[in-house]
Design a protein around this ligand. Structure first.
Ligand SMILES: [Zn+2]
Length: 143
């Protein structure tokens, strides 16, 4: 595991949805506050994000967590000119993408970058925006 990623305190300004840690997601969100992106790595070889109570590969309960290096590539993305969330209205255009982590799992996340300069396959790394006392959302930036 490399150094933890940067965590920016955005609690005052954030108007978007706030994740509520429950069940299998509690260890995931706790780690985000420390700048660590965790995924689940099951004994069967399956790796998954977001966290679930069971492995999507074999059905095992509570697959263990591992820390990602926080780097990956843009698998696909979209530029949102019309906010999908009312709280994102003052943020348009913003970018949402699917990031394929170096370890394999893919996750949907905000990409904080100039939409004109993005391309599929580009390298990105994780940072975190802390949006509540309980959670920091992963936000990817060009690596
Ligand atoms: Zn499994």
């Amino acid at each position: 595991m490399s150094e933890p990623a940067r965590v920016e305190d955005r609690r005052e300004e954030w108007n978007g949805p706030v994740p509520v840690p429950t069940g299998a997601t509690v260890p995931f969100w706790a780690a985000t506050l420390e700048g660590i992106l965790r995924y689940q790595a099951c004994d069967c070889g399956n790796r998954q994000l977001y966290p679930r109570a069971v492995c999507t590969g074999c059905g095992a309960e509570d697959p263990p967590f591992e820390a990602s290096e926080g780097v990956g590539t843009i698998y696909t993305y979209t530029v949102c000119h019309v906010p999908g969330e009312p709280g994102f209205a003052d943020r348009t255009p913003y970018v949402v993408g699917v990031i394929e982590l170096a370890e394999g799992p893919r996750l949907l996340a905000l990409i904080d970058a100039d939409p004109e300069r993005l391309e599929i396959g580009a390298s990105v790394e994780v940072t975190f925006w802390q949006v509540s006392d309980e959670a920091a959302v992963p936000v990817f930036v060009p690596a």
